[in-house]
Design a protein around this ligand. Structure first.
Ligand SMILES: [Zn+2]
Length: 87
């Protein structure tokens, strides 16, 4: 079981969260993108072979959105902070 150390609630089971996948950088001007670029932002993720920054929602806890840096090989969480901050 994966434990996520929510900055508001402390360590909690992953079952209290919904993982929303890799945190993609939002385009500065979304209206300027064509359909292919917008679709790429919405649906295409890199799936890197290295620690990745993800969005997780503490839906059964404080309901905060978190940025979790997780190693996909070991499942180890390197960092966890509210979405307003960068790692
Ligand atoms: Zn929480």
């Amino acid at each position: 079981m994966l434990l996520i150390d929510c900055p508001h609630c402390g360590p909690r089971s992953e079952h209290e969260f919904i993982g929303m996948g890799e945190a993609a950088e939002r385009p500065a001007e979304p209206a300027a993108l064509d359909d292919e670029a917008w679709g790429g932002y919405l649906y295409h993720r890199r799936n890197p072979d290295a620690p990745v920054l993800e969005h997780w929602w503490h839906v059964h806890g404080c309901r905060s959105w978190l940025q979790v840096q997780r190693d996909p090989h070991t499942q180890a969480i390197v960092a966890c902070q509210p979405c307003q901050e960068r790692p």
